[in-house]
Design a protein around this ligand. Structure first.
Ligand code: FE
Length: 288
């Protein structure tokens, strides 16, 4: 007997300016209410219009206590950090960065051959006992992200599993599911998600019915919006018969700990934020 997850909330992303003037669609922002535990932030960046002016980016900035996940669909992000790593996150690639106790990095988007920059950044929380762990990267290029073709559904699996195919990103405290799901017009998609885990879909192309019950009744959700699911162990989506649908599916185990966000840091207490700012002032942040 399955217990299907219904849509409990549909979020309209807000346009915000971040970094050195980057225009983003933000659906989730870090907050003490921590409503999407273990997820803290979800940003969608898309610069397609030359009238938006020169491409800005995210000059050197710190992170502590979180994981930042960058998934690019068009264009790239040049990346450089305080540990001496540098590289480019290209179209179809994922960078899963576990900041742990501290990293300083620069993220500079570049237009692809189409002239577009299109991608997502997700922030995943770390539990208290891992917030001061050593920083870690999992960088996966497009060809190493498995694609599962299930009928008229095409699923790129970054983390979690589909039909026995596991995503390449592993050993993440939040036990995440992170996948790019594309459904042809009218196609159906079903995915088991453990009870008690948070589940969200970010719909960025087309439209569909989300959170359908056994009678096929669901909530219509169209791009660009985020659907939040209630509890259950199974999740169902059916693409609209004329448009099809594409969405990022995210799920993870909540930590149920207090969170104290402050800019690019998310700790558990205000004292830990003060310590973070003190470490930055003393220049020991990335070695703390
Ligand atoms: Fe960053």
């Amino acid at each position: 007997m399955t217990n299907t997850r219904a849509v409990t909330n549909i979020i309209e992303p807000k346009l915000v300016i971040e970094g050195a003037g980057v225009l983003l669609r933000r659906s989730i922002a870090p907050s003490r209410a921590n409503l999407f535990d273990p997820f803290l932030l979800f940003d969608h960046f898309a610069f397609n219009d030359p009238i938006e002016g020169p491409i800005q980016g995210f000059p050197m900035h710190p992170h502590r206590g979180i994981e930042t996940v960058t998934y690019m669909l068009e264009g790239s992000v040049r990346h450089r950090d305080s540990l001496g790593n540098s590289g480019s996150i290209g179209a179809g690639d994922v960078q899963w960065m576990t900041s742990g106790r501290g990293i300083l990095h620069e993220e500079m988007p570049r237009r692809g051959p189409s002239g577009n920059i299109y991608g997502f950044q997700l922030w995943v929380n770390l539990p208290a006992d891992l917030k001061m762990s050593a920083p870690r990267y999992q960088e996966v290029t497009a060809e190493n992200i498995p694609t599962v073709q299930r009928g008229d559904a095409r699923i790129r699996v970054v983390a979690g599993g589909v039909d026995g195919v596991a995503g390449p990103v592993t050993e993440i405290a939040a036990q995440p599911v992170y996948m790019d799901v594309q459904l042809a017009p009218g196609a159906r998609f079903e995915q088991p998600i453990p009870e008690g885990h948070t589940a969200i879909a970010y719909v960025f192309e087309g439209a569909g019915d989300f959170g359908m019950d056994e009678h096929g009744a669901g909530a219509p959700v169209e791009a660009v919006k985020m659907a939040v699911f209630g509890d259950g162990d199974q999740l169902r989506v059916q693409a609209s018969p004329d448009a099809g649908v594409r969405f990022m599916l995210m799920a993870g185990a909540p930590f149920r700990e207090p969170v104290m966000p402050y800019g690019p840091f998310v700790m558990n207490t205000w004292e830990e934020i003060q310590q973070t700012l003190e470490d930055l002032r003393r220049g020991v942040f990335a070695q703390a």
